[in-house]
Design a protein around this ligand. Structure first.
Ligand code: ASP
Length: 430
């Protein structure tokens, strides 16, 4: 402990967010003069923000690979692996199902798309989502090095789990390599703590750019939609997850939410579950007390296949666009939307705006015009940031519940308010 009382990382990030919003807002108010636009918004802030995101992304592949090999070799019994996998994937799908159903219902009741006079831009050019069958085929990497170079999460997960199992089955040789991976894991986690020191600056820059470049008029045009997405996201994070944690996990949800603040702020600033992965993993292990065995497997999997916040946006956006064009959807189409949203999120990585790509696929499946997306494109960034915070909260909630059911949650750590706050000191302990 240092002599001076240091502000916690969470507090520093929070302060950085507020200062970033104020700085960006002031620039926005004075109309973004040329010097500010060139030197600050597109200059200094953009560089600092993007460097921060790159630093986080730099950690993802080594972290997932090394920690998953450690996790899988610790979970040596294939039966346990199958059971943990089944529970995790099942819970991820159930929570996404609840999210999209909640979203569709709320859109039916509130009708955000009625009476909207959005000026429509030209049709947006949105990439196509990968079909589910292809996702299944691509899950097994033909070339693990390529999968790593491309940052493809599912193939990396499959390869790491298989390698971990092979290590356990390889006797003395496996033990040697296994302990090498353990050391490497501690070193990569140390790297995470180093990068986190830079977080307040990165967060400041990212939020400042957003505040400087957002237009209030864009939000007002589709205000009801924006508000509804926010409300349902909050309900999901503050009611659905806590209820699951309390009822299924028999855990105090307030402690969970309290400890997730820093990770949520990371997710909010970066709008990417993948970039937030190092922080989610660190939080789940050190703050919440989940063993690496479980967390190393469920958290990277969740960052890829579990996107509840995204599902909420997609459900409400579908309702919104149908109402805007005056198209009535039948029960069968609603069901199709629910299935599509659950399955489509499996193959899409947690990166900014990917939710819109999936949405385009959902809309065309149920015969709605994909051009409708143009109306919500302009304001999507703020929603993307908020839903990413919900996405990673869902990953952590399911991870905690699965760990609890497997006896892999250290209750003392979970219940200790301050556990794991001193990231740096703990990283050195191992
Ligand atoms: N940005 C989100 C994530 O990374 C995905 C999305 O909704 O676009 O989790």
């Amino acid at each position: 402990m240092s002599e001076k009382k240091k502000l916690s990382l969470t507090t520093r990030i929070l302060i950085a967010m507020v200062l970033g919003a104020i700085a960006g807002w002031i620039l926005n108010l004075v109309g973004n003069p040329d010097w500010a636009r060139i030197w600050l918004v597109e200059g200094l802030f953009r560089v600092v923000g993007q460097v921060f995101i790159s630093l986080l992304q730099m950690l993802v592949v080594p972290l997932v690979f090394v920690s998953l090999v450690c996790g899988a070799s610790a979970l040596s019994d294939p039966k346990v692996l199958g059971r943990v996998g089944g529970k995790t994937i099942g819970l991820y799908m159930i929570t996404t199902g609840i999210a999209v159903t909640l979203a569709l219902f709320s859109a039916l009741i509130v009708k955000p798309g009625e009476g909207v006079n959005a000026v429509q831009d030209a049709a947006p050019s949105i990439a196509e989502a990968t079909p589910f069958t292809q996702v299944l085929i691509d899950m097994v990497p033909r070339n693990p090095v390529f999968a790593m170079a491309e940052g493809q999460m599912l193939p990396i997960i499959v390869f790491s789990v298989l390698l971990g199992i092979a290590i356990t089955l390889s006797g003395a040789r496996g033990e040697r390599i296994g302990s090498w991976f353990q050391d490497m894991n501690a070193i990569v986690m140390r790297l995470v703590t180093l990068v986190m020191r830079f977080a307040p600056y990165g967060v400041f820059a990212l939020i400042a750019v957003l505040a400087a470049t957002s237009e209030l008029a864009d939000f007002l045009a589709v205000g009801k939609y924006v508000l509804l997405v926010f409300v349902v996201l909050f309900i999901h994070a503050l009611v659905v997850y806590p209820a699951l944690l309390a009822l299924v996990g028999r855990l105090n949800p307030l402690i969970f939410l309290y400890k997730m603040r820093a990770a949520m702020m990371f997710a909010f600033s970066t709008a990417s579950s993948n970039a937030t992965l190092p922080v989610t993993l660190e939080t789940v292990r050190k703050r919440l007390g989940v063993s690496n065995k479980i967390a190393s497997f469920t958290v990277p999997l969740g960052a890829t296949i579990n996107m509840d916040g995204t599902a909420i946006m997609q459900g409400i956006a579908t309702g919104f666009i149908a109402q805007y064009y005056g198209i009535e959807l039948g029960a069968g189409q609603y069901l199709a939307v629910i299935m599509m949203v659950i399955l489509a999120s499996v193959g899409t990585a947690g990166v900014p705006s990917v939710g819109l790509v999936v949405l385009a696929g959902v809309l065309s499946q149920v015969g709605l015009p994909a051009e409708g997306i143009a109306m919500i494109l302009g304001i999507d960034r703020l929603l993307d940031m908020t839903r990413t915070a919900v996405n990673i909260t869902g990953d952590a909630a399911v991870t905690t519940i699965v760990a609890r059911s497997e006896g892999e949650l250290d209750l003392e750590t979970f219940n200790d308010r301050d556990a794991g706050t001193d990231f740096e000191a703990e990283a050195l302990e191992t």
